[in-house]
Design a protein around this ligand. Structure first.
Ligand SMILES: Cc1cc2nc3c(=O)[nH]c(=O)nc-3n(C[C@H](O)[C@H](O)[C@H](O)COP(=O)(O)OP(=O)(O)OC[C@H]3O[C@@H](n4cnc5c(N)ncnc54)[C@H](O)[C@@H]3O)c2cc1C
Length: 488
């Protein structure tokens, strides 16, 4: 564990004693779980315990210390951006507010064309360079056409939503609009707009996928993205927030929940260490990927409508592969796009060796998603093979590229605490599924997390708002039984 992270978490690195009986068990200490706990506290309810498998808060907000001795940096293996900030006096992204409260170091980046760096003189923006398997190739016109097609698909999705029409997957929406990316360059551009964000191939991503976060007119925040470069780690904002209101007796770290028994009176949770925790209510904040697998057993099994909703959401993998070189030899922009003959093969390259970021670090990372990320997980950390493939691509972009001095990648799909990176609506995931994901079972078993957010699924702010909302509902039920959900 990084010393920096421990500092963010203050005295909460100690696990508390197992409680006998509490009003609420909060299962999972990611963004949703910690904000749910804070909300209960704000509501005057402190009789709760957070049960977390790891020994720190943050969940998918997790970092690694990467690089050779003497040149190491704390990098984010999970979320890196606050997506959407605030427009004028409109609603503010609560994660943006939390980041400011805890003085998180961030840099503004424009994922769709360039990255802007603030230095002492000015704001400087750099433009996206393009490559394919023959080296540099300026297909910026194709990129712009692809951006227009994507924006048109979003408008179309919004119109269909307003008219109560069924969702279209993006492939169908593109066909409908007469857009059919065929060449490697066209497909790389399409990948940049779709798969890079939704972590899934365009045939599976729902067309109304992006309507809220970036669009203030639709109730979202703004189209500004802020990249976290804080060496305490992005998770610091959750850990430092937890330290403002929690005490050690409200936290049980290093406990993996194995079984959740529930009935019309309450909930009993068993952990792999043999703890039996009882409570009036339990709030499950585990990822959709965890719930789709058998890592946690519900007794009795969850009702059909709940299992259908959990099974219907996509939980694809998004993998960043970090590389460090003796010194930088690549583009001066934030992002470079590579078009391979195989769609999705090492397409998005992001430089961290920039003024305002980690200048002089020699670090670049390449992101793969969906099927290709699954393939990398099948290689099971065969880093030699990954390096061979990545370098084959990088040398198509830069024939004289030397070997890296360090390389690392996480395994989100294989991790039993996550089983994927973040949720995404497939075209067969209908609004009723979204509603059913968050609806409590038997009046005592509650659900929250990024996946239960209809407007902001996949995002940190979705997890934040869902944790807050569920805790407010639990508090209302505790204070007034007439406001409890039905027990059937
Ligand atoms: C690679 C990647 C990139 C991302 N990029 C961004 C981004 O740039 N911006 C953005 O807004 N979002 C991004 N996200 C999504 C964001 O990370 C999530 O939306 C958010 O962190 C989810 O929070 P949560 O509380 O719902 O779930 P989690 O963070 O998954 O919290 C659940 C907690 O439950 C714990 N747990 C699981 N199983 C058990 C068990 N059996 N027993 C006990 N504890 C258990 C886990 O350890 C975890 O702490 C990214 C995610 C990934 C993986």
């Amino acid at each position: 564990q990084d010393a920096n992270t421990t500092a963010c978490q203050s005295n909460l690195t100690m696990a508390g004693a197992a409680p006998n009986n509490t009003k609420v068990l909060i299962l999972g200490g990611g963004m949703a779980g910690v904000i749910a706990a804070r909300t209960l506290h704000e509501q005057g309810i402190d009789d709760f315990v957070i049960v977390e498998a790891k020994h720190v808060f943050g969940g998918r907000m997790a970092q690694t210390t990467f690089g050779v001795n003497g040149s190491q940096y704390v990098l984010e293996k999970g979320p890196n951006w606050v997506h959407g900030t605030q427009t004028g006096s409109g609603p503010a992204n609560p994660v943006w507010l939390l980041a400011q409260k805890h003085n998180l170091s961030m840099v503004q980046s424009d994922l769709f064309s360039n990255i802007c760096v603030f230095d002492v003189y000015a704001i400087r923006c750099f433009h996206l360079p393009f490559f394919d398997y023959n080296g540099p190739n300026d297909y910026s016109a194709t990129f712009n056409a692809s951006l227009t097609a994507f924006n048109n698909a979003i408008v179309l999705a919004g119109e269909r939503w307003q008219q109560n029409k069924t969702d279209l997957d993006l492939r169908s929406a593109y066909n409908y609009m007469g857009v059919a990316p065929k060449t490697p360059q066209e497909q790389a551009c399409e990948y940049y707009q779709i798969d890079y964000d939704a972590s899934q191939t365009s045939t599976l991503a729902a067309a109304w996928n992006y309507n809220y976060t970036f669009v203030p007119e639709a109730g979202g925040f703004s189209d500004v993205d802020m990249l976290c470069v804080d060496q305490r780690g992005f998770a610091c904002i959750v850990q430092a927030e937890a330290a403002t209101f929690l005490n050690t007796s409200q936290v049980l770290f290093n406990q993996i929940v194995k079984t959740i028994q529930y009935n019309q009176n309450g909930v009993t949770v068993q952990t792999t260490d043999g703890y039996n925790l009882t409570a009036d209510h339990a709030l499950v904040t585990f990822s959709a990927g965890v719930l789709q697998n058998t890592d946690v057993v519900f007794d009795p099994v969850l009702p059909d409508w709940k299992r259908e909703a959990i099974s219907s959401i996509e939980m694809p993998v998004y993998t960043k592969i970090f590389l460090q070189f003796e010194k930088k030899f690549w583009f001066d922009t934030g992002v470079g796009l590579y078009a391979d003959q195989q769609r999705g093969r090492y397409p998005i390259w992001e430089s961290l060796d920039l003024p305002g970021l980690f200048n002089g670090s020699g670090i670049i990372f390449v992101t793969v998603t969906g099927d290709y990320a699954n393939y990398l997980e099948q290689l099971n950390k065969n880093i030699t093979q990954v390096q061979l493939e990545v370098m084959e691509v990088l040398r198509r972009m830069y024939p004289d590229a030397p070997d890296p001095i360090d390389i690392w990648l996480p395994m989100w799909g294989r991790d039993p605490l996550f089983r994927g990176s973040y949720s995404n609506w497939g075209a067969s995931f209908v609004p009723e599924h979204a509603y059913n994901l968050s609806v409590p079972v038997n009046g005592h078993l509650w659900f929250a997390g990024e996946a239960t957010s209809v407007k902001y699924f996949g995002f940190l702010h979705g997890a934040y708002l869902e944790g807050q909302n569920a805790a407010n509902n639990i508090a209302a039920c505790i204070k007034n039984p007439q406001r409890c959900p039905p027990t059937t």
